[in-house]
Design a protein around this ligand. Sequence first.
Ligand SMILES: Nc1nc2c(ncn2[C@@H]2O[C@H](COP(=O)(O)OP(=O)(O)O)[C@@H](O)[C@H]2O)c(=O)[nH]1
Ligand SMILES: [Mg+2]
Length: 330
Amino acid sequence: MSFFKRLKESVSKTTESVTNKFKSGLSKTSASLAGAMDAVFMRSHIDEEMYEELEDVLISADVGVNTTLEIVDRLRKEVKERRIKEPAELQPLMSEILADILKGEAAHSPSMNIQDGELTIVLMVGVNGVGKTTTIGKLAHYYKQQGKKVVLAAGDTFRAGAIEQLQVWGERVEVDVIRHQAGSDPAAVIYDGIQAAKARGADILLCDTAGRLQNKVNLMQELTKVHRVIQREIPGAPHETLLVLDATTGQNALQQAKIFNDATGLSGIVLTKMDGTAKGGIAIAIRRELATPVKWIGLGEQMDDLQPFITDQFVHALFANAIAQEEKVQ
Ligand SMILES: Nc1nc2c(ncn2[C@@H]2O[C@H](COP(=O)(O)OP(=O)(O)O)[C@@H](O)[C@H]2O)c(=O)[nH]1
Ligand SMILES: [Mg+2]
């Protein structure tokens, strides 16, 4: 086999495995969405009742009221303009509208602001239990696989066991973890993390933080201080401040995003636990209602269960079941 043929095959295999990961990770959402959508699209004709039913389906998938109304309005308009009569023809139209709504997201690779040949600092924020520490482990694995030298800083000194949890990830992925004792000043840990990363010639420093939303003032002060330390050490840093949101908390996630955006500027969102919810439509609501892009999605607890949020793949995976069924019928 020629080199180019082999290369082509390996590239298409990689793309395929990524798509499959998306499909299996989003299967709960796509199964429930596909089932409900099928019921809508299998109606005998397009009428007001059908649009209402479609609205219910989208709202129960957590797409959000405003976004749902917008999607359905656009659908109505397209149906009129293109003189569509059969409900069955609406499926591809829906994919088209969703892809358009998500436009502006990375089409191919995660749009991370990674510095070339210099230290990149990524700050991870979010409330307790959303998956910050786990995502740091996954990101460390992702970038290590790309040949980058990664260091972790255990900035959650508040939650019991948080430092040890990061240490376990460091060992699993085989990257260094900079840590202090429990209860110590997070800004001091991050400061040491930066010094260590510089001294060791690291490419990326991933900083964990504590997230106790019940005390908003403290949280803001702590994050501001951490921010200041990072900025003082490296002008222009942090290069990424990623807010981690748990997809299973639904519309509440939007509320969290607003609070954190006030405390510290955000450059991106990581939407975790998408594998655990049938309401993955929250990704669409977030895209529509927040200015911050979703950059990654978490699809499980293992180190390779993190995928760049790629619009086309996401929409395709959402409708994967319906498409598979259609292909079977044809
Ligand atoms: N199913 C699933 N579980 C996840 C995902 N991300 C994190 N978790 C789990 O969520 C729990 C809390 O994660 P953790 O990283 O400790 O959250 P933190 O408090 O924000 O640091 C852990 O049990 C993780 O294994 C995900 O994408 N999918
Ligand atoms: Mg944690």
